[in-house]
Each structure stands twice: as C-alpha cells, then as structure tokens.
Design a protein around this ligand. Structure first.
Ligand code: NDP
Length: 389
C-alpha cells in the first residue's frame, strides 16, 4: 500500500485524483487531504477515503470542518501554515492541485522533506522555478509533471537523453473564444470565456485557456522543468486537443503524445510512475477524430505568449510578477471590473513597472524574495486596474 496526500483535493484535478484512487481500492492510504473553502466536500472525501488529516486553507472553515469530522478520528486543521505542515507529513507521493501561487509553499514543503511531488500547480515553477528545482536537487525530492503537456513531454523523453532534444512543441486548444472575431473579444463575458470546447477544468484555468495565459504559464513551466532554452519551446494551436505535446530530436524525429482530453491519464501516469498501469480513460478512436489541424498562434489575438517570452528573457523574479499580475487581472475580470482583453494590458503594465525591482538581480532566489515580489506585484497590478476604471 502506498501513502498519498492530495493538496487541493476539492478542485477539478483533486477530484479526478480521488476518482482514480476510489477505483483502485486497497492500493492507497490517504495521509492528508487539503481544500480551500469547500469544507463539506473536503470532509466527505476525508471520511470516504479514511484520511489521517484534513486541512482547509480558509481559517474560517475550521469550526465547520471539525463538526463535519466529529467522531471520525480524522484530525482537522486550517490556515496556510497548517496546509504546509500537512504537506510536510511523510507520504510516498503528494499531488499538488492547488490553484495559483498558493500552491508554492506546500509544494516546496513536500520537496524539503525529499518527497515526490506530482505537480499540477504550474504556478509553482512559474513563480520560483530555479528555487524549486534547486531544492529538489538538494533534498533528493522528485517532481513528476501532471500538467498534460508536460506529462506528454516527460513520457516522450522516457529513455531519451534531454541533450538530444532540439525543440518541444506544446499544443493549445485556443480556448472558448478561439473562433470569435477579434473585434468582439473585448465584449466577452465570464460565461463566454468559461465554456471550454474540449477540457473540463477549474474556472480559472479555463479562462486562462481562452486568454492563452495558461499556455504562457506552461511555456515558462516547460523551460524550468526541462531546463530548455526558451527558443526551443514552440506553441501551436491544435483545436482537437488530441496531440498534447511533441518532442523534436536532433535527428529530426518528432515524438507526439496522443490521447483523449482526460486529465486522469496524466494524473494516473504520475501516481504510478515508473510503472504504466491500466487507467479508466477512453481509448482514442483516431478514425472518428478524422483530421488533426495545427496553426501558429496569432500574436495579436493572444499577447500573453509574447509576454511570457519577455518574462523568460528578463529572468530574476519576473515569473512571480507575471503570475501575480495575471491572477489579479483574472480576479478583476471575474468581478466584472475589466474587459477580457484588458487582462493582458494589466499584466504588461505590471511587468513594465516591476522590471527594475524584479529583473535579473544576480542574487540566488529565495522564498522570501519570491513572496515579497508576488506581494508587491499584486499591489502594482491593483493600482493599474484602479486607474483603468
Ligand atoms: P480548481 O479551481 O478546480 O481547484 C483548486 C483547488 O485549490 C481547490 O481544492 C481549492 O479549494 C484549492 N484552493 C483555492 N485557493 C486556495 C488557497 N488560497 N490555498 C489553498 N488551496 C486553495 O483548479 P484546477 O483543479 O482546475 O487546477 C489546479 C491546478 O492544476 C492549477 O494550477 C491548474 O493550472 C493546474 N492544472 C489544471 C488542469 C485541469 O484540468 N483542471 C490541467 C492542468 C493543470 P476549494 O475549491 O475548496 O476552495
């Protein structure tokens, strides 16, 4: 039996992980489950799976969590510190499925104890890639990618030498607004941007798919995880979401990872790695898919991709600025304060404002530096939004 912790158990990736666990009785012992605000779901799953501890990030939820777990023998805790402590408890593998920069500290806590981190939370590497990779190396901790594109690259690289990689190609569906006339994008509502054509995901990543910020984060994530030069990472729009990523080798060969749009494949691959076990995902009927198409992303429609390139060129803690500004801009869009197309404007202006403070500093990256930069970038992005209204 292997022990498992799920950080962000109440979200889309967390629930897909639980679906896999529930179908595989007797294989897993659950150490910790964590959630944000959805205390009822957290408590239900903690009871169902017999977790040792359940933690909600929101301190206000502790009373309800305790009440819901009364008599179960399951420990209850709340707040960001309790979340990091839960991540630090020994477990064979921890899935990081928290959304946003809030995933960084718990993910690092797993690596600090030399643990294995199945990483869906791309923000961890975007905000602090050099720090996270260095800590993993120092402690013997291991990161296994769960983001589907990165899992696809990881699988295409099995048995290969990374030095033989010429390029990787990450595909993007183009999101909910892909076929909208460009002039209409500014009028897109939250509901419009939340209707993903292929993937069922949390609302934030779904809107990030429509704005291409999700792909922008993934380009940075790929650079940090695989240690690639940014020029080696390409993005193609692929509306069918069947090819998740391709790896090009120096002999000209291109290895593609092909599969249905079901995150349980990438999650299951990480959970069982290095074994390949049977997974309950649909088998692809390529004849039914018929044709696969690819195109170069339009830089005017999707400015987020060029912003990611600027962030990688600048280095320093600009990744943390990029993510923080994007999170604040997304909150403002969700609240109806700014237009869909204004999100990239907010991020660009925040990057410009923060470059002198967050650009290359020469100093080694520390968690305090990243957290301080994240905090300041959120203030700056908020000021920029205030001025736009
Ligand atoms: P969801 O919004 O569905 O779930 C997010 C999870 O994080 C929930 O458990 C939520 O708790 C919890 N949470 C929210 N805020 C905090 C906080 N401040 N502190 C601690 N926990 C918090 O997100 P997804 O599952 O869609 O995405 C999770 C991560 O995986 C993201 O980084 C995303 O980019 C990445 N990812 C997701 C994919 C997908 O298919 N969904 C695909 C590839 C990557 P609660 O709901 O209880 O408030």
């Amino acid at each position: 039996m292997r022990s498992l912790t799920i950080l962000g158990a109440t979200g889309s990736i967390g629930q897909s992980t639980i679906d896999l666990i529930a179908r595989d009785p007797g294989r897993w012992r659950i150490e910790a489950l964590t959630g944000g605000r959805n205390v009822a779901l957290l408590a239900r799953d903690a009871r169902r799976l017999g977790a040792r501890i359940a933690v909600c990030a929101d301190p206000a939820g502790l009373g309800d969590l305790r009440a819901a777990l009364a008599g179960s023998g399951i420990e209850a805790a709340a707040g960001p510190a309790a979340l990091a402590e839960a991540a630090a408890r020994p477990a064979d593998i921890a899935v990081s499925a928290i959304v946003g920069a809030a995933g960084l500290v718990p993910g690092l806590a797993v690596l600090e104890r030399g643990g294995t981190l199945a990483l869906a939370n791309k923000e961890t590497l975007v905000c602090a890639g050099p720090l996270v990779m260095a800590r993993a190396q120092a402690t013997g901790g291991r990161i296994l990618p769960v983001d589907s594109e990165h899992s696809a690259i990881f699988q295409a690289l099995a048995g290969e030498d990374v030095a033989g990689v010429e390029r990787v190609i990450i595909t993007a569906s183009g999101g909910a607004l892909r076929d909208w006339p460009f002039e209409r994008l500014a009028t897109a509502t939250v509901a419009d941007a939340s209707a993903h054509p292929n993937w069922s995901m949390g609302q934030r990543i779904t809107i990030d798919s429509a704005s291409m910020f999700n792909k922008a984060l993934e380009v940075i994530e790929a650079r940090e995880f695989f240690g690639l030069d940014p020029r080696q990472i390409e993005v193609l729009v692929h509306p069918q979401s069947v090819v998740h990523a391709l790896v090009g080798f120096r002999d000209g060969a291109l290895m593609a990872h092909v599969g249905p749009a079901d995150m349980r494949h990438a999650i299951g691959y990480a959970l069982h790695w290095p074994e390949r076990r049977a997974l309950p995902v649909a088998r692809l009927d390529l004849a039914a898919v018929g044709s696969l198409t690819f195109s170069t992303p339009d830089p005017v429609r999707w400015p987020a991709l060029a912003l990611a390139r600027a962030v990688m060129a600048a280095g320093g803690t600009m990744g943390a600025v990029f993510n923080a500004a994007k999170e604040v801009a997304l909150d403002a869009f969700l609240a109806g304060r700014i237009a869909f197309t204004a999100m990239s404007v907010v991020v660009e202006r925040t990057l410009d404002r923060m470059l002198p403070e967050a650009g290359p500093q020469g100093a080694a990256m520390t968690l305090d530096l990243v957290m301080g930069t994240d905090h300041l970038a959120r203030i700056r992005a908020g000021e920029i939004i205030d001025r736009m209204e």
